[in-house]
Design a protein around this ligand. Structure first.
Ligand SMILES: *[C@@H]1O[C@H](CO)[C@@H](O)[C@H](O)[C@H]1NC(C)=O
Ligand SMILES: *[C@@H]1O[C@H](CO)[C@@H](O)[C@H](O)[C@H]1NC(C)=O
Ligand SMILES: *[C@@H]1O[C@H](CO)[C@@H](O)[C@H](O)[C@H]1NC(C)=O
Ligand SMILES: *[C@@H]1O[C@H](CO)[C@@H](O)[C@H](O)[C@H]1NC(C)=O
Length: 364
């Protein structure tokens, strides 16, 4: 009798455990994900701004269940892919849709197309939410979380478990330094000085995020901006070495970003920062044999016009989006984002992520 009871209890115990494990599988690896950055992550924050950097019209979102949402690609963007890999059931809502109540406890997306580290980056396209303003918006979210959780201490504890993702810097080049007709920076600073200046400002911004409670931060390096279709088409009329020289200028920023991550990990020991080497993935994406037939120098959609990055609302769209690296003249396709996101989450090569990848960061 005693023995039967014991068996029954053991059985119950295992049932309980297996149920618990089942539940655990259903919840994300981190309780919350806050997303900052530019059009690589924007999921609707520019929809109501007066700007030409908008993507809430067809054919954007052609492969997204809800159609055009303001994502600058055909389907999901990098923020969506990472949210999925972390086990979130829903995508992180844009700040502009004013998420309320317990929704914000899972995270908010502040990213804005054409935004940069510098306030003025992107202004020739219109309004945008610069990284400084995104941080102000986050401060507002944090104050609500403090109220909701009933105090500073609980909020601090909670926010320290969240993941923070930052894709920023491309517009400080594409919509600033590389456009001397609109911005004076390339006359004021050498490429080295400019990279240093950007990293100094980004350091202040990351410290602000840290003061708001961030302890797990992902910083994405810039891709090969010299090799994107809009630059290639403009380079075509300037000089053939222009692609390489743009890539070299951007590399200066990436090298310093890597050093910044190393310094932050040394000095702020309670927090962990990681660097994602987008350039490394760019090179592998275009050279790997299975991607041999990939179109990497042209956009999938017909553009608004020469020198413009946006898809034309009435233009053609390539039939097979996964054969293209770029959706419009600047932004990757969903297929490319899947490749980048997959490797940022679980690194496939030692150069993909430093000092470790997102899946490891989530577990700390
Ligand atoms: C940033 O730019 C906005 C206009 O877009 C301007 O109103 C604001 O004063 C600028 N802020 C700083 C700190 O330069
Ligand atoms: C990124 O990876 C590339 C190639 O894999 C490498 O040449 C480059 O130095 C790396 N960049 C940084 C900042 O680590
Ligand atoms: C893209 O590259 C292919 C070959 O790699 C070339 O035939 C084509 O002309 C290029 N297209 C553009 C728009 O540069
Ligand atoms: C689209 O392209 C991908 C990659 O080249 C290929 O695997 C897939 O079969 C293609 N799909 C269609 C419908 O042609």
């Amino acid at each position: 009798m005693a023995c039967q009871l014991k068996t029954l209890l053991v059985l119950l115990f295992f049932l309980l455990i297996s149920n618990l494990q089942h539940c655990v599988n259903g919840i994300p690896q981190v309780p919350c994900l806050f997303i900052f950055g530019d059009s690589l992550s924007d999921n609707g924050n520019n929809n109501n701004l007066v700007t030409r950097a908008k993507a809430n019209y067809q054919p954007y979102g052609i492969d997204f269940p809800e159609g055009p949402t303001g994502r600058f690609t055909n389907g999901r963007n990098i923020g969506d892919i990472i949210a999925e890999l972390l086990g979130f059931e829903n995508y992180i809502p844009p700040f502009a849709s004013a998420p309320e109540g317990f929704e914000i406890l899972k995270g908010v997306n502040y990213a804005s197309g054409s935004a940069g580290i510098r306030n003025e980056s992107g202004q020739h396209l219109g309004n945008r939410i610069s990284l400084d303003r995104q941080l102000q918006n986050h401060q507002y979210t944090v104050s609500h979380i403090i109220e909701m959780l009933g105090g500073n201490q609980r909020a601090t504890m909670y926010l320290s478990k969240c993941m923070y993702s930052i894709t920023i810097g491309s517009n400080d080049y594409l919509s600033n330094y590389f456009l001397p007709m609109f911005y004076p920076t390339s006359q004021q600073y050498t490429p080295e000085q400019y990279a240093k200046l950007l990293i100094q400002q980004l350091t202040q911004q990351v410290m602000t995020l840290y003061r708001y409670g961030a302890r797990k931060v992902v910083l994405y390096g810039l891709g090969q901006l010299g090799s994107i279709p809009i630059v290639l088409s403009l380079c075509g009329i300037i000089s053939s070495s222009c692609e390489d020289s743009f890539n070299k200028v951007v590399q200066l920023f990436n090298d310093r970003l890597l050093s910044l991550v190393a310094d932050l990990n040394k000095n702020l020991w309670q927090a962990k920062f990681i660097f994602i080497n987008t350039t490394s993935m760019d090179l592998e994406y275009t050279s790997s044999t299975f991607q041999g037939s990939m179109v990497k120098n042209a956009s999938c959609c017909e553009l608004l016009g020469f020198g413009q990055f946006q898809c034309s609302p009435s233009g053609y769209v390539c039939h097979n989006r996964s054969q293209y690296m770029f959706w419009d003249a600047v932004h990757p396709t969903e297929a490319a984002y899947e490749f980048y996101g997959g490797r940022a989450y679980r690194a496939q090569s030692p150069t993909d992520a430093y000092p470790f990848d997102i899946s490891y960061l989530a577990k700390l």
